[in-house]
Write a protein that binds this ligand. Sequence first.
Ligand code: MGD
Ligand code: MGD
Ligand code: MO
Length: 922
Amino acid sequence: MSEAITFSLDGKTVTAAEGESIWQVAKREGITIPHLCHKDAPGYRSDGNCRACMVDIEGERTLTASCVRQPSEGMVVNTETERATKAREMVFELLMSDQPSREVHPDPESDFWQWSYKVGVSASRYAPCERPVQDISHPAIAVNLEACIACNLCERACREVQVNDVIGMGWRGSHAAPVFDLADPMGLSSCVACGECVSACPTGALFEKSLMDEEAKVRAVYPDETVDSVCPFCGVGCLTKVSVKSGKIVQVEGRDGPANENRLCVKGRFGFDYVASPERLTKPLIRRDDAPKDQNIELNGSNYLDVFREATWDEALDRAAAGLQESYAAKGGAGISGFGSAKGSNEEAYLFQKLIRQGFGSNNVDHCTRLCHASSVAALMEGIGSGAVTAPFRAALDADCVIVIGARPEQNHPVTATYLKQAAKKGSKLVIMDPRHQGLMRHADHGLIFKPGTDVAMLNAMLNVIITEGLYDRQYIAAHVDGFEALKEKVSEFTPEAMAPVCGIDAQTLRDVARLYASSGKSIIFWGMGISQHVHSTDNVRCLIAMALITGHIGRPGTGLHPLRGQNNVQGASDAGLIPMVFPDYRSVEDPNIRAEFEDAWGRTLDPQRGLTVVEIMDDIIADGIEAMYVMGENPAMSDPDQHHARKALTTLKHLVVQDIFLTETAWHADVILPASAHAEKLGTYTNTNRQVQIGRPCVPLPGEARADWELLMELANRLDLDWTYSGVPEIYEEMRSHMPSLAHISWERLERDGTVTYPADADDTPGNEILFGDSFPTEDGRARIVPTDLVPPAELPDSDFPFVLTTGRMLEHWHTGAMTRRATVLDALEPEPVVSMHPKDIRAAGFTLGQQVTVETRRGAITLTLRADRDVSSGMLFMPFCFSEAPANFLTNPQLDPYGKIPEFKFCAARIAPAMAEAAE
Ligand SMILES: Nc1nc2c(c(=O)[nH]1)N[C@H]1C(S)=C(S)[C@@H](COP(=O)(O)OP(=O)(O)OC[C@H]3O[C@@H](n4cnc5c(=O)[nH]c(N)nc54)[C@H](O)[C@@H]3O)O[C@H]1N2
Ligand SMILES: Nc1nc2c(c(=O)[nH]1)N[C@H]1C(S)=C(S)[C@@H](COP(=O)(O)OP(=O)(O)OC[C@H]3O[C@@H](n4cnc5c(=O)[nH]c(N)nc54)[C@H](O)[C@@H]3O)O[C@H]1N2
Ligand SMILES: [Mo]
């Protein structure tokens, strides 16, 4: 089938692989053929409509578009005949007649102009046609249709690459032009602003507003330089190309990384200007002696200089270290705690946990993974001996059946979502299970909207079907899995008929989905916070692991278990030991041999007992235990559950050091604030959800007196007499790696050279292993273990006082506590105010009106915000993101913990909703 074809190209004998176009062979051979409607990037189909790439084929009457034409054996192709070059010139001249002149063109540097000059066309003899006016209704993207050549690349970008289906080509003939959702303007369409169309457009008809002078409607900004880096937002780990002008980021484009193949989402592409926000911390601050540690001080409208005074670095660092040391002197390691960051690099995470452990002999060091996938990691470690994904998310493209449960990738892992949609388009069966409807369900074979908090019932019913119908893989179980008999016994009572009323999905659908997953050749499971943020979350994950193990859907291409990791470096920060129970690489702090290795390396006696977790630390502070805390790059005053309690803990602390880039809600409670580096200002490695280790590079200078996080950690360590002497990030990486077998064969040098390496790698020169556990599991005996589960209800059920289920989560445009994205102009313009979403039917039943102010209340607190109608939210539920400091969702959430993962129940509590006080009085 895949025989090479030999043909002649400009007089040279060349070969083409199966499916290669003439254009692609020419490129490989170093022959340049102009192109406009053809984009030379993964995921783009050639269309051959613009005729800019025409070539001459001997014996053929007409010229042919080389981007779509495949060569045949013995064909004689010439790219430079007079006929071909003249025709191409003519194409450019005709297109140019339709463009604004270069002086008033939206992008005089666009591919169109560059090619025009290369083919020797600078003006047109033809009269221009009439063109529509510019549409600047969207906050990020200008639509300059006067420059459109109707090549439909934007439509392919939108529909085929990102699979968003917003752009279509409307009108006919010379009037053909992109339209948005069949209705202009763009700003009112359902566009999610991934910007793929902007990156595809060859003329600047779709163009970044950040590069334009809006008044003059032309390009005004040309970058000084471009830096290769990685996106600072989510665990997908998109590689980026960051363009900088006069020390400021002006544009971000995708690069061809293993996770993103040039794709980005709205945050990665347009959410960059938080880095340059005037609200960045630029000077060290120390709390004024007379400033009270009021719980809600920032809400009282204080000016920060009423509360803090500016200090020199020496003074601030001395004070920060002295406060920690005082508590250490008083209480030993038990008096100290630290929250490190999954937004920072691996090196920063490693140094942070080292500082707390080496400096204070304390294991009270944790980070946001505790609020995130801690339960997934607990269940995976217990079941298969490893907490990371067994396959990258692009494995979905090889799968016959893809399950997504308790995750909302279109909002939270948008580039992953593009691959899931592509998998569905090419025939994989997609199953989405979630108590809320979501856009991805449009692409799914099954969208199961079940009752929140009933995952175990639903999944055990599926396990019941798989076992009673004999759809499990006996051989696989015999070879690799323990605990099958106990599972069989346990799930025998969980018949689909018995579980249907519990989970709200009918028995037949449960059977269908169970059969589909088990009988498909290759099935893969993705999950998110809907699984992991419950008091029974470890059980939820145990069910998913059991499904994969009894069907043998693990360890082969197109199969596996993939908890979609959240923060850009939560995988890496966890790997680096930012966890109270383990040193780097998940090695127990309670194991004397392991501890001895670190005691030797760090020259101090280390804490032999596991430390406290995020929520436990807050409780311990209030119980007069811990009295000092160091927070680097987290915002617990917004992200921890039950804020009245969490903020009380922060104000109770004797000493709080906050190292951040903004004066966050947490920083308001601090004694010392250390202004730190944003992602774009520093060097470091980040590990994404696929276990791909990638380098982020400095693009812009630090603002004011702000300093790199790793330098601040070293300054503090040396004030604690730890004698750290790191010369830079590569040295820290290598020290960290010396304690991490998982990073064997992945030297700094290799990362510099290869850009991305997946861990684990078997040798210095072979690619890392993407798919794990084909032969055995990293448990003591190499076998996996099933842990059967029972039904555990959510900790707080609705009742007559609090009749709604409140669930919290995210929105596409905002990042967690909003610290970064509320300060990103485009993102904040898209979602500017706090909202609670409710089903229109419930809104009508309650007699509310859209957009009115409502108060949502739980047993822990009340907040007032704007009511939004949202058909995705099931009747009886309320949904709220936790990014708005004006109405912090975590004033309401329940801090009850899962006993294994110690994760709070962010996804379920009982609530009521009423018109806001002021409105009620009207
Ligand atoms: N835009 C944006 N992207 C982000 C982030 C962000 O803040 N903003 N944060 C990042 C981080 S750290 C993380 S962890 C990820 C999180 O990404 P996701 O895991 O997708 O997070 P959520 O939106 O919190 O919740 C996922 C889904 O759980 C569903 N759910 C609620 N209750 C239940 C239940 O009882 N059972 C099941 N099965 N599902 C339920 C919700 O309806 C929701 O669709 O996103 C990352 N990406
Ligand atoms: N109600 C509710 N609450 C939740 C969740 C939920 O679904 N519902 N989800 C939970 C989950 S999954 C997570 S992961 C947590 C996230 O909780 P957090 O990690 O607390 O949230 P972020 O807003 O990401 O906080 C990151 C902080 O780091 C700062 N920062 C960014 N870059 C840098 C840097 O390079 N250096 C330094 N020093 N600082 C930096 C930012 O300004 C910000 O203050 O929230 C949890 N809380
Ligand atoms: Mo997370």
